[in-house]
Design a protein around this ligand. Sequence first.
Ligand code: SF4
Length: 425
Amino acid sequence: MLKRAAYYTFGCKLNYAETSAIENYFLHAGINTVKTGENPDVVIINACSVTKGADRRCHNLIHYIKKKYPNTFLVVTGCYAQLYSENSVEIDKIDLLVGLKEKMNLLKYVLKKKKGVIVSSIGKTKFTYAYSYGNRTRSFLKIQDGCDYTCSYCIIPSLRGESRNGKISDIVKSVKKLFEKGVKEIVLTGVNIGDFGKSTGENFLNLLEKLDEVDSIGRFRISSIEPNLLSDEIIEFVASSDHFVPHFHIPLQSGSDTVLQLMRRKYDTELIKSKIKKIKFLMSDAFIGLDIIVGMRGENNECFNESQFFLENLPFSQLHVFPYSERISSKALSINQEVSSIEKNERCKKMIVLSEKKYKDFYFSQIGTKHTVLFENISNGDKMYGFTENYIKVETIYNKKAVNQLFNITLGGWNNEMTALTLNF
Ligand code: SF4
């Protein structure tokens, strides 16, 4: 009899939303989530496979689980399962491996303790709804899945299938339910959310406008949006909205046009410059996070220096730096010129140094300014933390009553560790 389950999630916000939905199905079936110190009867690993590092983390966890809980029923799902299927090097330790098409039907197989591999090609798959409802403050809401783009370094489209999305009317219902449950911030997530509307004949701006009409004190954060899909209308909409926060996460990937072409991205650095200029013109306090891949095949020293120079002159707040990772069957493998891992590490270090400077400069520019902070149930000793609408981390004295509450505040100086700003009373 399966009484208790444990869940492990790797990868994107979409995966966290899907794990939370799966956990809800299990809870409704009477399978509780383990508490600290309890042994799980079943373990669900929702694994990512965007890089070799992600695969390694999944392998290590499978070893750890099998060693710690030898009798547990181990289930692996997610992009890792879809990519490797029965070829997973850990297949002998996995009781049930389930691909993306059957991912949200896990419960029925687990209840039967069905063993084996259930992976089929993703093909045309219907959209499945999901949202996370873990820490009660912020929820990841899945609005879109799959991708029709062909970026040369990426295999996600072959794993998650064609771009598809939920209906605006259903998403509005989920949003109302989450706000009624006390959630104060909803993060719209997917694989390529700017492409929202493909399978329902709607579009992303339509969705934002409808969500903005929902009567609530809550706020919305757009998780990540492709530069070419971040239209001027969307930027203007966010600038005039009371609910959508001035925080943009943009997967730029490189500041070199040569490398962007090798990556088969759908924009150039001119477009990036114009988008960021418009954001900063309409929302000078906006937080702009950029994803950057270093060491892509074909990225010679000249291209890297070009990318670094471009970024040095761009008003962004933070970089998420990823070393290029070879993916089975990706188109990038046909590009001859490889970058050594030593060189990749060097380039990562340079980009991280640049990011830290931009991050500190952005935080300094916010000291003394007025914002709205949402305190979370995160504490460290007598301290608690929250984020402003423009994604500034704020630290203050722990107060239980302040958890999951929105406050209008003035930002003070850095905390001792220079990891957050304090409140200016
Ligand atoms: S937009 Fe490009 S990088 Fe992103 S999921 Fe689609 S193919 Fe991959």
